[in-house]
Design a protein around this ligand. Structure first.
Ligand code: B12
Ligand code: SF4
Length: 540
């Protein structure tokens, strides 16, 4: 089959301010198995330009694929753009199958299938195996009911006396098959690197870059985190094979920077250490950047030299809050002292630390922000990233905030860089003023500036200058957006009214012995779609 993968342009600061793009790993991960199954696959990356919706539609018409597969990693805030593209594609290619996948559609399939009749199928969960089964069924005319992990409209009506759920366009019965199993062996499927021109993608100050995944998921249970709910179980790739792939990316494609997509690449000390040693043995001068937990850095104090030798240049640490009771409430499973120590250890080993903190978890008061500012300065990270608490429907945090008012109803602004929930004791202007003040103080204090000039590693000095250049633009852009672009509403809907009911109950049933998340994707449907009504439909 002729398949076109489309990466829609994302409106957020992360995509638009730096004039650099990273390859859409999610789509490439889906593309590899499809190519290996014998299909002809191409990629249209509309982030470049960015392409307008009309230009994307014209390009799709020109290429005339039999199926387009759309998805974006920045998935909640990317949804409006993805949906607009599917509408435009349908208007120019009435016969093309339109398939949509990713994290947000996985948990909002019911609403999306109802509101966007042009979308034929939503792939729920990981895309590698489901896409191959789906495209095979589409190509051979086999019933879609037999493909686990999808939602679609069936022409068939509900079984014996059960009222079917009909979509808005009344094209058929809305159907969801049982969840697909997680991809057990991450080495079984390959990423379709051949679909990109590596020279177009860069990061870290115009260095050729890719996104990769050593592991999926996370064994921890932070209440606000949607990612662990999506991937369900922590798994990792074969460390040696993964190191070989990175070395190949360097030697064959000229890749210099590797950005880890992992939620928690260091969850297993043994596996991570094996990877570091294998990569060191490959002798490739790669720059590795990623995110991990402060606890793991402290745990690995004795092997941090291996991190550095393998090329780790920066780790983002999700500090989230500097308040002990908030950390416990959001189940961060971390302590202030650990966060502080991790930053010190990284510095000692010549690795930059980026501390991410989140506004909106505590009762926002001037006193709380003042305390946060002093604490972050005392942590002394090299870089900080300020985010706003953004409730995903598939998290316990969403459930606990279900009655809170939404002040931002434009989903494209749900990108962690905009306040979306009302704070009972603080107006939005004061919240952004505190957030911007904290960013400015932490980045502009003499000690930070001194490091930019005097850090012993010239490569890290250059990387820090790059971050300051972007940061300066983002900082002023966010003020500009706040003052002149964003439309906040005062008496907005309650969270649950806006996004639908929480979908977290089953996901929270965990086996604490190994912290293996049960099937969070089964929120709605466990039985085949023929018996939809037997199941408890959590949403809508
Ligand atoms: C690397 C990264 C970035 C990079 C690069 C993005 C890129 N080009 O890939 C940068 C720094 C630019 C970035 C920016 C942003 N990011 Co970001 N980013 C990530 C990160 C760490 C990895 C993304 C990734 O490659 N994942 C691995 C791939 C394999 O997973 P996947 O994309 O979900 O794809 C799988 C399935 O979802 C499915 N699938 C996906 N698409 C499709 C499509 C079809 C048709 C099918 C069938 C299946 C399918 O199959 C794939 C394989 O199983 C994730 C966290 C994470 N671990 O995912 C955050 C993450 C995606 N980012 C996030 C956000 C919020 C943003 C920003 C909005 C931040 C900002 N304010 O600027 C922007 C958005 C712009 C953008 N370009 O994405 C959030 C999204 C939250 C949400 N659910 O909405 C995440 C999940 C972080 C988090 N912890 O919450 N990001
Ligand atoms: S440690 Fe990070 S990835 Fe893991 S559950 Fe917490 S926020 Fe999510």
């Amino acid at each position: 089959m002729n398949i076109l993968l489309i990466n829609p342009p994302h409106p957020s600061i992360g995509s638009r301010i730096p004039n650099e793009h990273l390859p859409p790993l999610g789509l490439l991960a889906v593309g590899g198995p499809l190519i290996d199954a014998g299909h002809h696959v191409e990629l249209l990356d509309a982030e470049f330009g960015p392409m307008t919706t009309q230009a994307v539609a014209a390009e799709v018409r020109r290429r005339a694929p039999e199926a387009v597969l759309v998805g974006h990693s920045g998935s909640t805030s990317g949804h409006p753009s993805a949906a607009a593209i599917t509408r435009a594609v349908r208007s120019v290619c009435p016969g093309t199958w339109i398939v949509y996948g990713g994290v947000f559609p996985t948990f909002h399939w019911r609403e999306i299938m109802t509101e966007e009749p042009q979308i034929d199928v939503i792939v729920r969960g990981e895309g590698e195996e489901t896409s191959v089964r789906l495209i095979e069924a589409v190509g051979t005319g086999n019933p879609l009911e037999n493909v686990p992990g999808i939602a679609f409209r069936s022409a068939r009506s509900g079984p014996g006396g059960v009222p079917p759920i009909r979509d808005a366009a009344a094209q058929g019965v809305l159907c969801a098959t049982p969840p697909a199993p997680v991809v057990q062996d991450l080495d079984r499927h390959r990423v379709a690197w051949e679909l990109i021109d590596p020279a177009r993608y860069s990061y870290w100050g115009n260095r050729r870059a890719v996104v990769v995944q050593f592991s999926r998921g996370c064994p921890h249970r932070c209440s606000y985190c949607g990612q662990r709910m999506f991937w369900r179980r922590w798994r990792h790739r074969n460390p040696a094979a993964f190191a070989r792939e990175l070395a190949w990316l360097h030697r064959a494609c000229g890749v210099e920077v590797v950005n880890f997509a992992d939620e928690n690449p260091t969850a297993s000390r043994e596996a991570w250490r094996a990877f570091l040693e294998a990569l060191i043995a490959e002798k490739v001068p790669l720059i590795l950047v990623g995110s991990t937990r402060a606890n793991d850095i402290v745990r690995d104090a004795d092997i941090l030299h291996l991190y550095r030798r393998a090329g780790v240049a920066r780790f983002l640490l999700g500090i989230e809050s500097t308040d002990g009771s908030t950390l416990r409430r959001i189940r961060k499973d971390s302590r202030q002292e650990t966060d502080r120590q991790a930053i010190r250890l990284l510095r000692r080993h010549g690795i930059l630390s980026m501390a991410a903190f989140v506004s909106g978890f505590e009762t926002e008061t001037d006193r709380a922000y003042w305390r946060m500012l002093r604490q972050i300065v005392s942590y002394d990270p090299d870089q900080i990233q300020a985010l706003y608490a953004t409730p995903h429907r598939w998290t316990p945090f969403f459930r606990s905030e279900a009655g809170r008012r939404v002040i931002q109803t434009d989903l494209s602004r749900w990108d962690y860089k905009h306040q979306v929930l009302a704070a009972p004791r603080m107006p939005p202007w004061r919240m952004i003023a505190w957030v911007k003040l904290i960013e400015a103080v932490v980045q502009l204090r003499p000690r930070s500036l001194w490091r930019v000039w005097a850090h012993r590693d010239p490569a890290l000095r250059a990387a820090m200058r790059w971050y300051y250049r972007i940061g300066r633009r983002v900082w002023s852009h966010e003020w500009w957006q706040f003052l002149f672009r964003d439309h906040r509403i005062e008496n907005g809907p309650a969270l649950e009214q806006f996004l639908g009911r929480a979908q977290v109950e089953k996901a929270e049933v965990q086996d604490d012995s190994d912290r293996r998340t049960t099937d969070s994707l089964s929120e709605t449907v466990r039985s085949p779609c023929g018996s939809l009504a037997e199941t408890k439909l959590a949403a809508g």
